[in-house]
Ligand binder design. Structure first.
Ligand SMILES: Cc1cc2nc3c(=O)[nH]c(=O)nc-3n(C[C@H](O)[C@H](O)[C@H](O)COP(=O)(O)O)c2cc1C
Length: 371
C-alpha cells in the first residue's frame, strides 16, 4: 500500500532507469546488514509450498525475472522480500554499456514497459566476484547472453566464456537467446544454431561436473513470445535432444498489438524495444501451455509475462508452469507483490481441490493453449 500510494508516485516522476537504479542501490545499501535482512525476511518469507524442480528446492514458486538485477548487486536485499528464487543477469562475457539512453519507458495506462536496454552489464567476472561474497538466501539463477560485439557465428565461445565464469555460483543457468535488443540474437532460436549452442554448453557442463565430482548445473533456455507453434515445437525437440533442464517462457515481445489504452503516438515515441507487463500476459501463457502440451508435462517450465497478482500466477501454473517469475509487476506493485501472490496462491490452492501446486501444473494446458 505504502508503495502504491506514496513511493510509486514519487518514483514515477523520475526517468524510469534513474528510478530503477536508485531503488536497487538504496535496497542494497539499506539491507547490507544481515540481521536487518533477516528481520524483513521474517515478515515477507513464505515457504509452505515445498516445491522441487530440476533437482532444486524452492520455498515458493515466485521468482524475480532476469534484467532487474543485471549485476547481482541487489540480489541479497531482494531475496529478503520473499522471492523463492532470483535470476540475475543477463550478463555477457565482458562488460558492455548497452544501448544509448533513454531505453526504458513506462506505459502506465496499459501497466506495461518498453525497454531496449541491450544487455548493459558489468560482465560475468564482476557478477561472479560479487556473488561469491553476497549470495542471496534463495535459489539463484544466472542468465547469460551474447556480447554485442561478437558475431552470431562466434556466439558459442562467447557463451562458453560466460558459463565458465558463473557456473560454480549458479543453482541454475539460463541461456538467453530471446532478447529483442541485441541484433540477430533471436536467430539463435533456430534449430541448428540452438542445438549447437546448447549442445556445446551441456558438454562443458558435464566436463566441469566430472572434473569436480559434482552434478551438472541445471541449464535452462529462455525463449521469445514471438515464435510460431512450429518454432516452439522445434525448440522443444532441441531441448529434449540436448537434455536441457527446463524452458523459461517468455521474454518481452516486439508486438504492440495488445496495447489497448496508451495513445498510438506515445507508443511510437518509445521506439523499438521489448514490451512487457499486462499486454504480454495472454501470449506468454499461450506459449507456456503449448510447451506443456508438446513436452507432455515432462520438462519444467518457468512462466513469465504480465504476472501482477495471484490469479495471473495461477493462470501460468495451470497452463503448465512449475514456477513463475515477474519483472514489470514488481515495478508497478512494489515488493509486497511477492507476498501477495504467495498468500493468494495458497488461498486459490485451498479452494481448488488440488493437494499441491505441483498437482495443479498444466491442469488447464489444453484450454489455454487453444485460447
Ligand atoms: C527493463 C527490462 C530489462 C530486461 N532485461 C532482461 C535481460 O537482461 N535478460 C532477460 O532474459 N530478460 C530481460 N527482461 C525480460 C524479463 O525478464 C521478462 O521475461 C519479461 O519482462 C516479461 O515479464 P514481465 O511481464 O513480468 O515483465 C527485461 C525486462 C525489462 C522490463
Amino acid at each position: 500500500m505504502l508503495y502504491r500510494s506514496v513511493l510509486r508516485p514519487l518514483l514515477f516522476r523520475l526517468p524510469p532507469e534513474t528510478a530503477h537504479e536508485m531503488v536497487l542501490h538504496a535496497l542494497a545499501v539499506a539491507l547490507k546488514d544481515g540481521s536487518l535482512r533477516q528481520l524483513i525476511a521474517r515478515r515477507y518469507h513464505r515457504s509452505a509450498f515445498g516445491l522441487r524442480c530440476f533437482g532444486l528446492s524452492f520455498a515458493n514458486p515466485v521468482g524475480l525475472a532476469a534484467g532487474f538485477d543485471k549485476n547481482g548487486t541487489g540480489a541479497q536485499a531482494l531475496a529478503a522480500f520473499g522471492f523463492g528464487f532470483i535470476e540475475v543477469g543477463t550478463v555477457t562475457h565482458t562488460a558492455q554499456p548497452g544501448n544509448p539512453r533513454p531505453r526504458l519507458f513506462r506505459l502506465p495506462l496499459d501497466r506495461a514497459l518498453i525497454n531496449r536496454a541491450g544487455f548493459n552489464n558489468d560482465g560475468a567476472a564482476a557478477l561472479a566476484s560479487h556473488l561469491k561474497t553476497h549470495r542471496p538466501d534463495c535459489v539463484l539463477g544466472i542468465n547469460i547472453g551474447k556480447s554485442r560485439a561478437v558475431e552470431i557465428e562466434d556466439a558459442i565461445p562467447d557463451y562458453l566464456a560466460s558459463f565458465d565464469l558463473v557456473y560454480e555460483l549458479a543453482d541454475y543457468i539460463a541461456v538467453n537467446v530471446s532478447s529483442p535488443n541485441t541484433p540477430h540474437l533471436r536467430e539463435l532460436q533456430q534449430a541448428d544454431r540452438l542445438g549447437a549452442l546448447l549442445g556445446a554448453l551441456q558438454e562443458r557442463n558435464r566436463e566441469l561436473a566430472a572434473r569436480e565430482g559434482r552434478a551438472p548445473v541445471p541449464l535452462l533456455v529462455k525463449i521469445s513470445p514471438d515464435l510460431n507453434i512450429g518454432e516452439v515445437e522445434m525448440i522443444v525437440g532441441v531441448a529434449e535432444r540436448t537434455d536441457i533442464s527446463g524452458i523459461i517462457a517468455t521474454n518481452t515481445t516486439t508486438s504492440r498489438g495488445e496495447l489497448r489504452h496508451t495513445p498510438r503516438s506515445n507508443v511510437t515515441a518509445c521506439g523499438e524495444g521489448g514490451l512487457s507487463g499486462v499486454p504480454l500476459r495472454a501470449r506468454s501463457t499461450e506459449v507456456v501451455a503449448a510447451l506443456y502440451r508438446l513436452t507432455g508435462g515432462k520438462l519444467p517450465i518457468i512462466g513469465v509475462g504480465g504476472i501482477f497478482n495471484a490469479a495471473d500466477a495461477w493462470e501460468k501454473i495451470t497452463a503448465g508452469a512449475s514456477l513463475v517469475q515477474l519483472y514489470t509487476g514488481f515495478v508497478y506493485q512494489g515488493v509486497e507483490i511477492v507476498r501477495d501472490i504467495n498468500d493468494g496462491l495458497m488461498k486459490i490452492l485451498d479452494q481448488s481441490g488440488f493437494r499441491s501446486l505441483t498437482e495443479a501444473v498444466g491442469s488447464r494446458a489444453r484450454e489455454l493453449a487453444a485460447a
